[in-house]
Design a binder for this molecule. Structure first.
Ligand code: ADP
Ligand code: MG
Length: 326
């Protein structure tokens, strides 16, 4: 894309994202003005998607990239118990990107904005040898943010939705899935368009004592270990309690359960939430009011990283523990 195209692109983004919050100013000045909110805490997060590292060219559409670059940031805000408000978008554009590609990208961002509103108030556009996207998001919470460090021994461990879906989806996309699944489209969609658990966390923290939370970007075991580390506590989970989408997997689960449990324990990018609470939370009740599934998968302990299967303790070192970035 040429320099003149870059200015056109910013104009296009500006027109697509007229701020809903009229008290703030959006794209077009040296800095965006956002409104300070009384008694609310601001949450700020940023995430980058790099071509060849976080996504493969030709394996994801520009629409999905637009959607996902916003969604992953919203997921971090959700994990803190906040509601998204503002975003900044930095684009590193490689020369081969067309105006039509960027239109698709904008449509992907607008799609998620229709479901979870936010104002895109600025960003930066640069040339780059490969495509990268950085989104910075600001959200707010009226109550105490949900931290990783608040889990206490005895707390129940809950997880939203189902686990391993995104990694199964990615394996389908790259052609490396070893066991067939029935509903391929479900898994690929879960990889391309994860839905941030903003309203679920808002609901839960209003009704229950949520002592800690984290979103699952690196895999359940890796992310639950972050809660344990930050809380100076341990945990026990039971593999057979992990939520897997059995109907979507189909008969392969019966023949190769371990294969799918590995995805559930170590698959990244589900953007579900694992959280702890001293409260017994009824999943039926939560499902009725939020539409989101919830599973209790274990308890926090004084120490240890205990993974049990059918009452037998598995070797922690032998378990794949999620995506290692570097
Ligand atoms: P400056 O030179 O002051 O940094 P820029 O020319 O980089 O300004 O950007 C002009 C305006 O467009 C700024 O308000 C900036 O926030 C916005 N902007 C630039 N790139 C993007 C983008 N990719 N998405 C959204 N807003 C952008
Ligand atoms: Mg600039």
């Amino acid at each position: 894309m040429k320099i003149s195209g870059e200015f056109e692109l910013i104009e296009k983004i500006r027109k697509a994202f007229i701020p809903a919050d009229r008290t703030a100013t959006g794209i077009g000045d040296d800095a965006a003005v956002i409104v300070k909110r009384e008694k609310e805490k601001a949450l700020v997060t940023t995430d980058t998607l790099v071509e060849g590292v976080h996504f493969l060219k030709g394996k994801i559409s520009y629409g999905d990239l637009g959607y996902k670059s916003i969604a992953v940031n919203m997921s971090d805000i959700a994990a803190m118990g906040g509601v998204p408000a503002y975003a900044l978008l930095t684009l590193g554009l490689s020369p081969d990107i067309s105006g039509a590609d960027m239109d698709e990208f904008i449509q992907g961002m607008l799609y998620i904005r229709d479901k979870l509103p936010f104002d895109l108030v600025g960003g930066d556009t640069v040339k780059s040898p490969c495509l990268f996207i950085t989104v910075t998001m600001i959200g707010y919470t009226k109550t105490e943010p949900l931290m990783r460090c608040g889990a206490r021994p005895g707390d129940y461990i809950y997880v939203s939705g189902s686990l391993g879906d995104s990694a199964i989806g990615l394996s389908i996309i790259t052609g490396s899935l070893k066991e067939p699944v029935l509903d391929k489209d479900y898994f690929t969609l879960r990889h391309y368009r994860p839905f941030p658990r903003v309203s679920l966390m808002h609901y839960l923290k209003k009704r229950y004592d949520v002592s800690s939370a984290i979103d699952i970007s690196d895999g359940l075991l890796a992310d639950l270990a972050h809660i344990a580390d930050e809380s100076a506590a341990g945990f026990r989970i039971d593999v057979e309690k992990l939520p897997l989408p059995l109907k979507r997997i189909g008969p392969s689960f019966e023949t190769s359960p371990e294969y799918f449990y590995d995805f559930a324990m170590s698959g990244g990018e589900d953007y579900e939430i694992v959280f702890t609470s001293p409260d017994i939370i009824d999943p039926e009740f939560v499902l009725r009011y939020t539409g989101a599934g919830l599973s209790c998968i274990g308890r926090m302990l004084e120490g240890g990283r205990d993974v049990y299967q059918n009452g037998k303790k598995l070797e922690w070192e032998g378990l794949a523990k999620g995506y290692i970035h570097f």
